[in-house]
Design a protein around this ligand. Structure first.
Ligand code: NAD
Ligand code: WQD
Length: 361
């Protein structure tokens, strides 16, 4: 018996593909959509291999409302959506702001209106990001959901802030709409099957794909950007969260939206000053998704060598412009209200990233 039909946008991407697997294994019937802008067609077959069954998939661009609408015509029994589809490269967004605003915002507007007009139930889980907090002040560490949202420096970050505004205004305007915004910290690692994982295009900008490519000999060495920060070992600190743990949080978020009713909807903490009006509806939820533990770049590099036994050549390089010194999550609200916790040991996570890299040949 299916727990309900869930639409996944950006379903062939890194986090989308892992969430597809976890949602299906939890008993949901998934309809995936993607335009393969930043993913490969063969991901769909790999998901089928993991699940041992064929899956429902439509190749469409979510910013094309007519094409997107046809998915709802075909699946009028959709009861929830997880919206991953977006462009996500911070640096690229500075050079191509219109691409980022058009893709990330228009796709979201289409999703909200189509969920309202054509879905059986309008429940949306949105992929937000810790980037909405900007450069946090030290006194706000670890970052809870009520930390100030500072103006983001990149169009990518601003598109996430705007998306949260659009969704929270929509919750106030549309009484059937329920939204859960999930603010991810730094997702890493790959599915234990090593059939799906992160597929960076060109030279990786993110730390872990660069680490695994260096370990595989594709890159000469890793540059550690800065060892003169005000942190214990001088390198930057982040909250690295295993992508499968992260995927499971989406299952919990969908469970929560589907089970929350008007009578229990107010059973959650209203802490976020920015979205107080939306939160009062009882149909707006925000959660930080991280481990609650900060790890420095050098700790991650040493942890990788220890977990895999592979040598990783690295050099200390100048700071990377725009980097935040240290940021990690306070995930207690997600634990309290979603019953979710990221608990995979970092060694296992780093080994999964390495196994994925090796599977790419
Ligand atoms: P990804 O690029 O691997 O996945 C996004 C998927 O969306 C891709 O498969 C891409 O082809 C698809 N897509 C993009 N625009 C589309 C459109 N208009 N129509 C249909 N499909 C479209 O990225 P990811 O790392 O899996 O990220 C998923 C979401 O999580 C994004 O919204 C991203 O901003 C957010 N997020 C990611 C991170 C991270 O570090 N990976 C952190 C915080 C938030
Ligand atoms: C992590 C640490 C680098 C590469 C980005 C986005 C953010 C969010 C998550 C989407 C930093 C250091 C990196 C390298 C290094 N994404 N590093 N050498 O910058 O925390 O966040 O992904 O919402 O919005 O900005 O992640 O993986 O790029 O960097 O030393 O070759 O690794 O300086 O301290 P970041 P990252």
């Amino acid at each position: 018996m299916s727990k309900g039909k869930i639409l996944l946008t950006g379903a062939a991407g890194y986090i989308g593909s892992h969430t597809w697997v976890q949602l299906s294994e939890a008993g949901y019937d998934v309809v995936g959509v993607d335009n393969f802008y930043n993913s490969e067609r063969n991901v769909i077959g790999r998901i089928e291999k993991i699940l041992g069954k064929t899956v429902n998939f439509e190749e469409i661009d979510c910013s094309d409302r007519d094409a997107f609408s046809k998915v709802f015509q075909k699946h009028p029994d959709i009861v929830g959506a997880v919206h991953f589809a977006a462009c996500k490269a911070v640096g690229e967004s500075i050079d191509k702001p219109l691409l980022y605003y058009r893709n990330n915002i228009v796709s979201l507007l289409n999703l909200i209106s189509l969920m309202n007009e054509q879905a059986e139930k309008a429940n949306i889980v949105f992929s937000s990001s810790c980037t909405v907090y900007g450069q946090p002040d030290k006194e706000h560490l670890p970052i809870a959901e009520n930390a100030p949202l500072k103006r983001s420096l990149s169009p990518y970050g601003k598109s996430k802030q705007m998306a949260e505004e659009i969704l929270s205004d929509s919750v106030i305007a549309f009484p059937e709409l329920k939204v859960c915004a999930l603010r991810y910290f730094n997702p890493i690692g790959a599915h234990p099957s090593a059939l799906i994982g992160e597929l960076p295009r060109g030279v990786p900008q993110n730390l872990v794909p660069f680490v695994t490519q260096t370990a595989a000999g594709i890159r000469d060495h890793l540059n550690v950007f800065g060892n003169d920060y005000n942190t214990p070992d001088g390198s930057c600190i982040r909250d690295y969260i295993y992508v499968v743990d992260l995927a499971n949080a989406h299952v919990k978020a969908i469970d929560k939206l589907l089970s929350s009713t008007d009578s229990n909807a107010n059973n959650h903490t209203i802490e976020e000053p920015t979205y107080i009006e939306a939160a009062k509806t009882g149909r707006w939820f925000v959660y930080n998704l991280g481990t609650g533990k900060g790890l420095s770049v050098l700790e991650l590099v040493n942890g990788f060598m220890k977990a895999t036994g592979v040598n990783l050549p690295y050099q200390i390089a100048p700071r990377r412009q725009g980097d935040i010194e240290q940021v990690w999550a306070d995930p207690k609200k997600a634990e309290r209200e979603l019953g979710w916790k990221a608990d995979t040991p970092i060694e296992d996570v780093l080994r999964s990233a390495w196994n994925w890299q090796k599977s790419l040949g």
